[in-house]
Ligand binder design. Structure first.
Ligand code: 13P
Ligand code: 13P
Ligand code: MG
Ligand code: MG
Length: 366
């Protein structure tokens, strides 16, 4: 079969209730619009999902990445769902649509985008990860685990097809510059950067020996785009698996430890990323803790066979228990760092007003 593109484009166009989840009518509306597009031959297939309050459009087609028609379709679908959200007076209707008019590419307009194009193998298993109440850097540690850590991915050691390693493309979110690292040889250099996920985020991973795309993430940061708080950039990621890529179990293993990520309440706190089944993707405790779901698919002639709910497995119960324990521990720290983010990274801040009010009360000590 010729090349297939998988595009995962997401936006928060209204929460139900507050920022906790998705109203079923939004899913229904998005499905109607994408069904029409599929019937017209614009898409090979699609699934509409949600993680918390984020509407997730998973689409396959033959038009390549950054295709104007596919992006326009996603944009129009979000606009349609926003209308439904407005009618229901859902919370933050149209939250992530920063612009009134589509201009060719949804990147820079609010939605998050992860896309990859490849020639499908005889069997093409993929996993789409979707998170809520966090930000793109949340994928750094799992990407590292999957594609560079032999304690996570046995295949890096024992599978000749993986043994040469992978290349990581990293984005400097502030300067909008990208840099490529080759692993394992550049591991220590790379960790200097990806260990700081608020500034540097993994954009994509390639298999070193043939540059085949292995994983891709959404790296849009609304804060940098809009210049003011309008919600965190709850990210998505697509990962290919098996036969020359990490096994499904190696990919999922990267989430067995609930690492700390930025996001949670008001996008301004640190908390554990909890892997959950689709049924539990409704963050409510202190608007969290942050969630990640994993939708597994087999690609069959461009059609999506799935999703399988990959974290709906008792073997992730312990990760969830640990996440809840860590969540409780972090909550007890209340308004203090490191539960609260450092001042310059908070999405909300009263600092300018408080500073202004207290200006006269600060005395210089020389
Ligand atoms: P199978 O022998 O079931 O194909 O499994 C191989 C594998 O990659 C397991 O991680
Ligand atoms: P979302 O980014 O998921 O909309 O959450 C925003 C928020 O402020 C949660 O407390
Ligand atoms: Mg929201
Ligand atoms: Mg969200």
């Amino acid at each position: 079969m010729s090349k297939v593109t998988i595009s995962v484009i997401k936006a928060d166009v209204g929460g139900y209730v507050g920022h906790s989840s998705m109203h079923p009518e939004l899913i229904q509306k998005a499905e109607e619009q994408l069904s029409k597009a599929r019937d017209q031959g614009k898409l090979l297939d699609f699934r509409v999902m949600h993680c918390g309050d984020d509407l997730e459009l998973i689409m396959t087609h033959e038009r390549g990445v950054e295709n104007k028609d596919v992006h326009k379709l996603a944009w129009d679908t979000f606009v349609g769902a926003t209308e439904v959200a407005k009618n229901l007076k859902l919370y933050g209707a149209g939250q992530d649509l920063l612009s009134d008019a589509f201009s060719g590419n949804v990147k820079g307009m609010g939605p998050g985008v992860a896309e990859m194009e490849f020639t499908p193998r005889k069997s093409e298993p993929i996993v789409v990860f979707m998170a809520d109440k966090t930000s793109p850097g949340a994928w750094n540690l799992p990407f590292y685990r999957m594609f560079a850590d032999p304690f996570n991915t046995a295949g890096l050691v024992i599978d000749p097809a993986l043994h040469e390693g992978f290349k990581f493309r990293i984005l400097d979110l502030k300067e909008n510059k990208a840099v490529m690292f080759r692993c394992p040889e550049d591991l220590y250099d790379m960790l200097v950067f990806i260990g700081s996920p608020s500034r540097y985020a993994v954009m994509a991973v390639y298999r070193k020996k043939d540059d085949e795309i292995a994983g891709v993430a959404s790296v849009q940061r609304l804060g940098y785009l809009a210049g003011r708080y309008i919600g965190k950039d709850d990210p998505v990621m697509i990962v290919r698996s098996q036969s020359g890529f990490p096994a499904i179990g190696e990919i999922l293993e990267a989430f067995a430890f609930p690492h700390l990520v930025e996001g949670w309440m008001r996008g301004s706190h640190i908390g554990p990323l909890m892997p959950v089944g689709f049924q539990d993707a409704h963050p409510t405790r202190f608007d969290g803790p942050p969630r990640v779901i994993a939708a597994g698919f087999q690609i069959n002639d461009g059609k999506l066979v799935g999703p399988r709910d990959m974290f709906a497995d008792v073997s992730f119960d312990e990760a969830r228990r640990q996440a809840n324990f860590i969540a409780e521990y972090m909550r007890r720290i209340g308004p203090f760092e490191p539960h609260r983010l450092p001042l310059d990274e908070m999405e909300y801040t009263t600092l300018p007003q408080v500073m202004e009010k207290l200006a006269g009360r600060f005395e210089s000590l020389g």
